[in-house]
Design a protein around this ligand. Structure first.
Ligand code: UDX
Length: 492
């Protein structure tokens, strides 16, 4: 299926630039968000971009983000190509099961679409493909047609490295786990021996190996990264240096260009000479942002609010929801909480009767928030998060301490890094209890607030350094752009 906008394609064909990058994200919020930011940066560097998205993602981007306004700044340089992900439109698109369905579709529908459509429009073959690093059929096409494929993994370097080490974990017998002690230290993720326990490995390591297609799939895909021309990671050297050192022993050409949300703002501000209206709002949201929460935050003192969001995929039981709710209300702090309408699996998301008063006094609940803006708001003093990689980076860049309640996959690794390596907050891992929620909020917002704030400020500085001129991410993005340009010249 191909329903690209004809006007866009017309304009695209008249562009004179020779570099043409095909960008292919996995069709989920976190992946599309960061890869769309990279697409925009490439367009600003004079590189043509074709962006492959599912029909579902595309229609939601049009409805809820300002992507078309932003991309209109690049007439002739950007086009969407749209495919069906093979799932019914009304599918809830959350949780483990949805991910498993999407992975199955990847092997058929999405792969077929790619094979039929990678040579796009009048410009013919792309000069380079940037593919989400979970789709190795793209590598096959690249090798066959002589098109360099650069992988982009939207997770952090440390969790990527954990995935890369899965064969060693299996060979050494560290997974599957024998016995029930989840606090045993892990020895076979080189460089992370000091702090990684069983419970901090990606959640896929918790189930039986023989009946675990997700683990087998992720392991296979990750090991294929060696075949790619290079690897782009949304991270920065000062944040994940040790893991990057290990990755480079296997994959020498790594471009760390993060945190992309902040990096793209800085670059766009430079490029379009401070057109602030474009730069300050760069939403790639797939849900409607409820901006009323910003006015609510405006009425609160600095550092007084805890922001709660569990990302775009996680689902909670009613019981878990109620535990968080009790903890939040009894902490006595103001809280802004994102509860996605479809994210509660049994029962509704309504306020428990005994908590109505406390919620009315101190709480504000939305279905989806303008998160980057919320995290940068002076009223927000802490973030209760599911430790998705984008959320983690956004929090670090804004200098906000975190309480982590990881849901799945890489989030288990990220939350451990936050508590034990970076000392930026607390990891609630595997516990969902109202008393623990309250205690951690007390510690984060009061008891250990100065200690966490100081660490958070330190990492925010490092983040800023990475993405400003001369910094590691800034230089790596320049190198990536130069490499993409030189690929086009080689084809002439
Ligand atoms: C998951 C993984 O955990 C992540 O590490 C992986 O790379 C992609 O899939 P997800 O649940 O989407 O991620 O979380 P996260 O990576 O944090 O991304 C969520 C994005 O949605 C963030 O950029 C965040 O700013 C945005 N968001 C979230 C909003 O804009 N508003 C909200 O209310 C909530």
């Amino acid at each position: 299926m191909d329903k690209g906008n004809p006007q866009e394609e017309e304009a695209f064909s008249s562009s004179s630039s020779q570099s043409h990058v095909l960008i292919f994200p996995f069709p989920l919020q976190g992946h599309v968000n960061s890869m769309l930011k990279l697409a925009e940066l490439l367009c600003f560097a004079g590189i043509n971009v074709t962006f492959l998205v599912s029909e579902n993602v595309h229609s939601r981007l049009l409805l809820h983000s300002d992507v078309h306004r932003r991309l209109s700044l690049h007439p002739g340089a950007f086009q969407f190509k749209i495919y069906s992900d093979g799932l019914p439109q009304e599918d809830p698109r959350s949780g483990h099961e949805f991910l498993a369905h999407l992975l199955i579709c990847l092997k058929t529908t999405i792969k077929d679409f790619f094979l039929d459509n990678y040579a796009l429009g009048p410009l013919g073959l792309p000069t380079c493909i940037i593919s989400d690093g979970v789709m190795n059929f793209v590598l096959d096409v690249g090798e066959e047609k002589g098109i360099p494929v650069i992988y982009f993994r939207t997770i952090g370097a440390s969790s990527f490295w954990c995935y890369f080490c899965l064969p060693q974990l299996i060979d050494s017998g560290e997974i599957p786990f024998q016995g029930t002690d989840m606090d045993l230290p892990i020895q076979n993720v080189t460089g992370m021996e000091g702090f990684l326990r069983r419970r901090d490995l990606p959640s896929i390591c918790r189930s039986d190996l023989n009946n675990n297609p997700t683990l087998q799939g992720i392991m296979k895909e990750t090991l294929q990264t060696r075949r790619a021309w290079g690897l782009i990671l949304n991270t920065f050297e000062d944040l994940e240096g040790p893991a990057l050192l290990q990755i480079r022993t296997q994959i020498p050409n790594v471009y760390t260009i993060g945190p992309l949300h902040a990096h793209s703002k800085i670059r766009l501000a430079e490029t379009i000479e401070m057109k602030k209206d474009v730069v300050s709002s760069t939403s790639n949201s797939l849900w409607k942002e409820d901006r009323s929460c910003i006015s609510w935050l405006d009425s609160k003192p600095n550092n007084s609010v805890i922001y709660v969001s569990f990302g775009s995929l996680s689902i909670l039981t009613r019981e878990q929801l109620v535990e968080f709710w009790h903890g939040l209300v009894s902490s006595g702090k103001c809280f802004l909480w994102v509860i996605r309408p479809e994210s509660i699996v049994d029962g509704d998301g309504g306020v428990p009767i005994e908590l109505e008063e406390g919620t009315k006094e101190r709480g504000y609940i939305v279905g989806w928030a303008p998160q980057e803006e919320v995290l940068g708001h002076p009223a927000v003093g802490g973030f209760l998060t599911h430790s998705g990689w984008n959320s983690t980076l956004e929090s670090i860049d804004h200098g906000l301490p975190m309480i982590c309640w990881p849901y799945f996959l890489d989030q288990q690794v990220n939350s451990r890094l936050v508590e034990s390596l970076w000392e930026l907050g607390l990891d609630m891992k595997d516990i969902c209890d109202r008393l623990v929620v309250k205690r951690m909020i007390d510690e984060l917002m009061d008891g250990r607030r100065d200690e966490f704030k100081m660490r958070a400020k330190h990492f925010a500085k490092l983040s800023h350094k990475a993405i400003t001129s001369g910094g590691s991410s800034y230089s790596n993005l320049d190198r990536l752009i130069e490499d993409i340009r030189s690929m086009a010249h080689k084809r002439i």
